[in-house]
Design a protein around this ligand. Sequence first.
Ligand SMILES: Cc1ncc(COP(=O)(O)O)c(C=O)c1O
Length: 397
Amino acid sequence: MTAAGHGGELAARLDAITIEQLRAGGTTKWARPDGAIGAFIAEMDFGTAPAVTAALHDFVDSGRFAYPPKDLGAQMRRATADLLAREYEWQLDPERIRPLPDVLAGFVAALRHFSAPGTKIIVPTPSYMPFLTAPATEGCEVIEVPMRAGPGGFADDLDAIAAAFDAGGGLLVLCNPHNPTGRVFTRAELTAIAEVVQAKGGRVFADEIWAPLVFGGHRHLPYAALSEATAAHTVTAVAASKGYNLPGLKCAQLVLSNDEDAALWREVGFLTEHGAANPGMVATAAAYDRGGPWLTEILRYLERNRATVADFLAARLPRVGFHVPEATYVAWLDLSDYDLPGGPAAFLRERAGVACTPGTDCGAIGAGHVRLIFAMPHPLLVRALERIAAALETHAA
Ligand SMILES: Cc1ncc(COP(=O)(O)O)c(C=O)c1O
């Protein structure tokens, strides 16, 4: 189908972006010495919403580059509270929404302040890579809990999570929507997780950074908003940075859903909040308040890319294991059937010229897998898939 059938003018513009333009942008994803197609960093090649760009222009003209003026923080908190109420019926006092430089800073804060000393961090795998590596920097051990792959996609293994709490786990990392599997957990799944956490007296770090990027037919439910119990045992991080492509502007939000955490944060949160940047706050408020129409078009474009990945794999590479993601722009590909020399990521980089994340970076369960980021111009995605198919077909021949 033509780009016009998938979002009109914006889709046509995105289709026309060339690899040379992307390389000239100098990003880590594209300005690679090996010239490979960049499919390993979770960012979109699509710029951001016009409403965000306009707000940033105004901000630059205002010259408000001193330490964050109070109204910028207040505007960001209000816009986040409005978004959470509008999209998810999660009603919060804006004061409960605290600025972070990024979600990872929120994770580090959770390790320091919301995880009992000496307890371990429970990370369902495959996982976003830093959840496995950051805890060591805070002196925390990780317990990897492999998810189970069923016909409907990946799901948490509740018995294994319960056993991990019994083995000294204190804080469960709940990434939803989930990177890298693309799952959007249902109310029943989240409730079952909550029952385990509650029974074990555990805590949850809910990373909901991918919430804006959920595809049709699925619905994101903020975990902390499920019940009084989840509000009491959870600290949540959200951000506009994935949905609106703003990670370099340095602003995310920590959502505190109980009085005790809010009181503790007043004592300990200063240094973390200090990292949030003025332009990030401005961009976040503009994205949440006025970025919706752009996001809708981007989701349509991503749905087309997702369909292309699924159709291509089914037709050309049926030996690649793949569950169609319900959210995100991450494809988690199981190439273990090919038994590729040096592992699949190195093989695809060297033989196909496509740079993906090695699955093993996402946990031991990721052996034989790669993580492919499909938020790129559609013609480049097709080129990447063709090159992957050619390399795998040559290898298998
Ligand atoms: C699940 C998840 N959490 C956090 C991050 C990083 O977010 P930030 O740049 O705000 O730290 C990413 C980036 O890909 C992610 O996928």
